[in-house]
Design a protein around this ligand. Structure first.
Ligand code: ASP
Length: 343
């Protein structure tokens, strides 16, 4: 029997496996079998690789909780048989998917590495080969017969990040992602530099629990100077809305005008969960630091601290699907469940 690590490559779609439609010139997803033919090098890797593909690969703009559940189910069904998982995914919504999967996979004790590329694998100047090959290498890292990494990560352009700490920040550069509030877990240079002190500790006792109940009755509201009462009131009045990520200014600041605070107060009293997340790409919400956030704090707005919007919205969907008592929701949201928040 081979003792090489076994890796399952899960192809969901994205540029990495796309080709040009000759009529329109637009990129569209194509057959996964062809994708692997384009990188015969992966056979040289010191691991066993098997592949599974979405029946219909998608551009990641079409990702949603149903598709996340498909990815989670593939991992669940193959969990015992593999040492690690590499998910090939479009870069556009990869940070949302990596965040969602981090919450859906509780007690994960194996690596799940998301990767993709800015250029299709068949393109001469493609970034796909390096991303794919190194993602597989990282997913197969082992020590004393067990995986070194035990969390949902994202590998892109020489860096492995904690998935729920990332955002896509560039549609042009190969370096398309950052994790502004958490250093990279692995840097790929001549050698792989593992920052092991930053890895999530493994829980080998607990069994993998896969949470598939995500509640999409949520919205993101980005504040801007001049936002009118009618706009905010209309959003807050949406029937069955249960949670909102409110993107505020700086360290969590928002207008102090009466109409604004009254709307927020009424919404929270009616049971809506409002999470304060900063519009800044780095740094943390700190309600109470300025007068412009003190009222939000006293009204019971949840502090997203240094969470990304991607992780905040998916954490809301996950927690809303858990039937958590109203009185505990805020405390649980403000707790780091998968390393998504600095405490
Ligand atoms: N539109 C593509 C997607 O997200 C872009 C990419 O793969 O990088 O599926």
């Amino acid at each position: 029997m081979s003792s090489k690590p076994k890796i399952l490559l899960i192809y969901t779609g994205g540029t990495i496996g796309m080709s040009k439609d000759f009529e329109t010139g637009a990129l569209k997803a194509f057959n996964f079998g062809k994708l692997l033919q384009k990188i015969p090098e992966i056979k040289q890797l010191d691991c066993e690789i098997e592949t599974v593909s979405f029946e219909t690969p998608i551009d990641s703009s079409n990702m949603n909780p149903e598709e996340w559940t498909k990815i989670a189910t593939i991992i669940e069904e193959n969990y015992a048989a593999y040492d690690g998982f590499v998910v090939l995914h479009g870069s556009d919504t990869m940070s949302y998917s990596a965040s969602a999967l981090s919450f859906m996979l509780e007690n994960l004790a194996k690596p799940v590495v998301f990767t993709g590329s800015q250029l299709p694998i068949g393109d001469l100047r493609t970034d796909a080969k390096e991303n794919l090959i190194t993602a597989i290498q990282i997913a197969s890292l082992q020590e004393n017969g067990r995986p070194v990494i035990n969390e949902v990560c994202l590998y892109f352009e020489y860096k492995l990040y904690r998935g729920n700490r990332t955002s896509k920040v560039n549609a042009e550069h190969f370096k398309a992602f950052t994790a502004p509030n958490y250093p990279e877990l692995v840097e790929s240079g001549v050698h792989l530099k593992l920052n092991t002190h930053l890895f999530l500790p493994v829980n080998t006792e607990g069994k993998l629990i896969v949470h598939k109940n995500l509640d999409s009755h949520v919205a993101i509201i980005k504040m801007f100077p001049g936002m009118s009462e009618v706009v905010l009131a209309s959003i807050l009045a949406i029937k069955d809305l249960k949670g909102i990520v409110l993107e505020t200014y700086g360290s969590g600041n928002a207008p102090t005008e009466d109409w604004f605070l009254n709307l927020i107060e009424k919404a929270i009293q009616s049971g809506l969960h409002i999470v304060n997340v900063t519009q800044c790409s780095g740094g943390s919400v700190n309600m109470g630091q300025y007068e412009t956030s003190t009222a939000l704090k006293s009204l019971g707005v949840i502090s997203g601290k240094d969470i990304t919007t991607e992780a905040a919205i998916t954490k809301l969907m996950y927690l809303l699907g858990q039937n958590i008592p109203q009185s505990e929701f805020k405390t649980i949201f403000e707790t780091a469940l998968r390393g998504e928040i600095s405490l």
